[in-house]
Design a protein around this ligand. Structure first.
Ligand code: MTE
Ligand code: MO
Length: 212
């Protein structure tokens, strides 16, 4: 007694604490998305903020301008609703909070729709978007993202399931009322908190999402 059974036993225990209910640990970094990988054309790429902005104007950044925004890193876990989790990725890029200060939303804005290539979208509560961990990532573990992982830009929202983080993201729409994004319209939970195991829309409480 008094002796730990084995050192090796400590590792799974600690990992276990970091896995939301129903998730299992994934080694490596799988590619998960719907549809084709878009081709990046820098001269045609722009990042847009539109909708309910404070001054009513749209904002637009070229790829060069976006690349000059303050670069920060966030270490975070990724939880896919198909039940694998990837721990301790170091993401690098621009905090959503930075964009919110550069292009402030109107006081009436409560939600955002994050838009990606081919019309993929994900809706978020403004508070989840503004979270200091929410990052528009250009890099992972110090290296530029590959095309299949979202190059040139993807959103990472560590506190929610990973479908809430569009790869190949192109803009953000500030909204005065909630609307469902791509997967949220197709049976996935409107909020998507992995710690509350909010996987499917049938689990939603009446105040957790707009009518389906
Ligand atoms: N544009 C776009 N982004 C997306 C998806 C998608 O289908 N299209 N799938 C999401 C899902 S379900 C997951 S789990 C993560 C996977 O990111 P990865 O392929 O880099 O692991 O991307 C998310 N971002
Ligand atoms: Mo996913």
């Amino acid at each position: 007694m008094g002796q730990p059974e084995s050192r090796a036993g400590e590792v799974p225990e600690r990992v276990g604490d970091r896995l939301p209910p129903g998730q299992r640990l994934q080694r490596g970094w799988p590619v998960t998305h719907y549809g084709p990988v878009p081709k990046f054309r820098p001269e045609r790429w722009e990042f847009r903020v539109f909708g309910a902005t404070a001054d009513g104007d749209k904002r637009c950044w070229s790829h060069e301008e976006f690349s000059a925004l303050p670069y920060e890193t966030v270490v975070a876990d990724l939880h896919c609703v198909t039940k694998f989790s990837m721990l301790d990725a170091e993401w690098g890029g621009v905090r959503a909070a930075t964009l919110l200060s550069l292009a402030p939303p109107a006081p009436e804005a409560t939600h955002v729709m994050v838009w990606a290539e081919y019309g993929y979208s994900a809706n978020l509560r403004l508070a989840d978007f503004a979270d200091p961990q929410t990052l528009f990532a250009t890099h992972r573990d110090g290296e530029l993202l590959t095309a299949e992982h979202g190059f040139p830009l993807r959103l990472v929202v560590p506190r929610l399931y990973a479908w809430k983080g569009p790869k190949w993201v192109r803009g953000v729409e500030y909204m005065e009322a909630d609307r469902r994004g791509f997967w949220e319209e197709r049976g996935y939970h409107n909020i998507g908190d992995p710690w509350r195991e909010q996987r499917y829309s049938y689990q939603e409480e009446p105040d957790e999402g707009p009518a389906l």
